[in-house]
Write a protein that binds this ligand. Structure first.
Ligand code: C5P
Length: 226
């Protein structure tokens, strides 16, 4: 059995991918399976935490035992649910893939092909950054954890991008996954780095998403005691 070392800790975890509706039958979505967020929620509950899991769209996943599961669909719904739950939380972990943009207008009727009208164009507006809002409204001693999926490019390595993102977002911990080449998304294994606002960095070896979740909760409880 796992140690109940998170007993008494109130945590909020977000998971899955949001869907941004275009019309009554279509949406913009992403490939998040929700597996990492569900693993974080399951492991936290097993270690004794009180867990609210705010889930957007996921693959078919078993409901984690002993977790308060709240379903949402869009980024705006996720924002409301997460900010509400965060008010009574010691830790918030944003593992969800939140759409950065949503269609500017939600069309009331199904968009149709037409011979006499030009093909439609989709115009997008920015969604709020929930992680940034959490940091802005953070209560004293609340720990806010973000996730980042990064690829290296001419501008810098995965770690360079991640360090910049940690500073920009202002969260306490940032879990960084290198993505591309079939990594991280929709697969069982995950690896990366864990960066803390106090400058500590550790590599997370390739392992199951449950193992990565355990590493994150270890770091959270260490960070909370600093
Ligand atoms: O900037 P980027 O999207 O890479 O940041 C990822 C982190 O920010 C994740 O923790 C994600 O859950 C969170 N996020 C958010 N609201 C958004 C976009 C991302 O909370 N609109």
């Amino acid at each position: 059995a796992l140690p109940r070392d998170l007993h008494g800790l109130r945590v909020v975890v977000s998971a899955g991918g949001t869907r941004e509706p275009l019309d009554p039958v279509r949406y913009l979505g992403n490939r998040s399976s929700g597996k990492q967020g569900y693993a974080l929620a399951r492991v936290a509950a097993q270690r004794g935490a009180e867990v609210v899991l705010v889930a957007a769209h996921t693959a078919a996943l078993p409901e984690p035992a002993g977790v308060d599961l709240r379903h949402v669909s869009t980024a705006l719904e996720m924002r409301d649910a997460v900010l509400e739950a965060a008010q009574a939380a010691d830790v918030v972990v944003m593992a969800a893939a939140v759409a950065d943009f949503r269609p500017a207008a939600r069309v009331e009727h199904k968009i149709k092909k037409s011979e006499d009208r030009p093909d439609p164009e989709i115009s997008l507006v920015r969604n709020p950054d929930i992680l940034a809002e959490l940091v802005e409204n953070r209560k004293p001693d609340q720990v806010v954890v973000g996730f980042a999926a990064e690829t290296g490019d001419e501008q810098g390595s995965v770690l360079d991008h991640a360090r910049a993102k940690l500073r920009r977002k202002g969260c306490d911990l940032l879990v960084v996954n290198a993505v591309g080449d079939g990594r991280a998304f929709e697969v069982e294994d995950n690896a990366g780095w864990l960066l803390a606002a106090d400058g500590t960095e550790r590599a997370i070896p390739l392992g199951s998403k449950a193992q990565l979740a355990a590493t994150v909760w270890d770091a959270v409880s260490e960070y909370g005691k600093r």
